[in-house]
Design a protein around this ligand. Structure first.
Ligand code: SAM
Length: 464
């Protein structure tokens, strides 16, 4: 290679190393700020920051760290090894197995002699559904090699900080089980469905990869139809959403970032905001807002009847005095309650192809008045480019030289979700330009994109 190009390569590698160093120090300092120090690799306890949904500064540092580490490794490793490892995503089925069989719960039981860890024979004996200890050991070996569970001595495993969210008491265990279960099965069908004569060019929900998977189980198959017909899967989906909102820190981020105080200031003349959560599920973000502004938020949760039953139970234990109503609706067929100050749609449009999204948005727009605000809470897709700055939520201009625009693997989740949405609903994660175009077709005009951490709030008003 000519000397000049080699020098450029070296400069880029040095730049990545320096990003790794600075982001590592930034992350360590976030841990130290808590007064509980930096977690050690095989800690058996959670760090207080582990369950803090906000932790925005830590998450930003980790995006950079992961993006830079991955870019450095793929640059210096032999490509064939990078690809072979990527073709073996076997961790997900192992996670599904341990989440559903309650292995973290079994390991949480303290041994009578106080010893740390449990032999795979003992774990197998305590399982509700009996498994072969040797096979269980193969699963545990892969997971512990990737840092989830610790192999404390040969075939003896203990929980560690990474495995603790798998405890059944944590709703994230439902998210893990959902993602590594039927969703993964749907994604696995993609290679077949993407070239299937009846499915390849369709963008309707009942011609998705998941619909193909269940095509012999129901007429007009769709993922939402399937979870309605399978109450166990439906309940797990709602709990998984709770876990997900907690993991992505949506609630804290929405409470902290959007200017609620300003909307409720004396200058605004308003002391009460009416807030309609459309397709609310459990309404995790509404719950956080209602708790933060108990006397200033009048909430309406709107969803299909079954999820609202789940939401009622959650709200009655979490916030018994809340000013909240539960009103069932089908957002494909009807408008939500009219004349509310805020319409909030969290992770709704991402589930639907454009034609259905337009129906949903038009139904919401019909309910809005001239002062209503529509907040779409979704991922905003960034392309893996170096040189284009999309409108709104680009937070990394200083890194554009060293990392891809979307932080590469640092923020891989929107790209994963993009695939997941394709597999489940034939839909996609949208770019800011896509949102603007969608709004325009429904008489809505973009006001602002509020970047949260990982997701964004996309604010619209009725076009004048
Ligand atoms: C991905 S979940 C998002 C839930 C919640 N907004 C959140 O962010 O956690 C999608 C929600 O849309 C609801 N949904 C699906 N089809 C619907 C329909 N036709 N009318 C109303 N709600 C629907 C589901 O029941 C589910 O609660």
């Amino acid at each position: 290679m000519p000397l000049k190009l080699n020098a450029t390569a070296r400069t880029q590698i040095e730049a990545l190393l320096s990003l790794i160093s600075s982001s590592t120090h930034a992350a360590m300092s976030e841990y130290e700020k808590t007064g509980h120090g930096i977690p050690i690799p095989d800690s058996s306890e959670s760090h207080p920051l582990d369950n803090q949904a906000g932790a925005l500064a830590l998450r930003r540092a980790i995006w950079t760290l992961k993006g830079a580490c991955e870019r450095l490794c793929t640059t210096l490793a032999q490509p064939m090894h990078t690809l072979i490892n990527r073709a073996m995503p076997y961790e997900a089925p192992c996670l599904k197995f341990v989440a559903e069989e309650g292995i973290a719960d079994i390991l949480d039981i303290t041994a009578p002699d106080g010893a740390r860890g449990m032999h795979i024979n003992d774990i197998a004996t305590r399982m509700k559904n009996k498994a072969d200890p040797g096979k269980l050991g193969q699963v545990m070996l892969l997971l512990s090699t990737r840092g989830c569970f610790q192999e404390v001595s040969k075939d003896v495993y203990a929980n560690n900080r990474i495995s603790l969210p798998l405890l059944s008491s944590n709703p994230i265990s439902s998210t893990i089980s959902l993602y590594s279960g039927e969703i993964l099965q749907g994604v696995t069908m993609l290679p077949e469905v993407l070239v299937h004569p009846e499915y390849a060019s369709s963008r309707t929900v009942n011609r998705s990869s998941f619909s193909y998977l269940i095509r012999n189980e129901m007429e007009n198959p769709s993922y939402f139809g399937w979870i309605q017909a399978n109450p166990h899967a439906g309940r797990r989906f709602q709990r998984a959403m709770l876990g997900l909102r907690c993991a992505v820190g949506s609630s804290d981020a929405v409470v902290q970032v959007y200017p609620w105080e300003q909307l409720l200031s004396p200058a605004s003349g308003k002391s009460l905001l009416t807030f309609c959560d459309v397709g609310s599920g459990p309404g995790a973000v509404s719950l956080a807002l209602s708790k933060s502004y108990t006397n200033n938020f009048r909430v309406i949760l709107q969803d299909l009847p079954e999820p609202l039953e789940h939401a009622k139970r959650l709200w009655s234990t979490e916030h018994p005095g809340a000013d909240v109503r539960f009103v069932s609706m089908d957002f494909l067929k009807e408008s939500p309650m009219h004349g509310q100050d805020i319409y909030y749609l969290s992770h709704i449009l991402v589930d639907w192809p454009d034609s259905d999204s337009i129906t949903i948005l038009k139904n919401v727009a019909n309910a809005m008045n001239s002062s209503s605000r529509l907040l779409l809470h979704d991922y905003v897709l960034q392309h893996a480019l170096f040189d284009q700055h999309p409108i709104g939520s680009f937070e990394s201009s200083e890194m554009a030289l060293e990392l891809l625009l979307n932080y590469g693997s640092g923020t891989i989740r929107p790209a994963y979700v993009n695939l997941m949405m394709l597999a489940l609903y034939n839909s996609c994660v949208r770019t800011s330009e896509d949102f603007i175009a969608l709004g325009r077709q429904c008489g809505l005009t973009l006001v602002k994109i509020w970047p949260l951490s990982g997701t964004s709030l996309i604010e619209f008003r009725l076009a004048s």
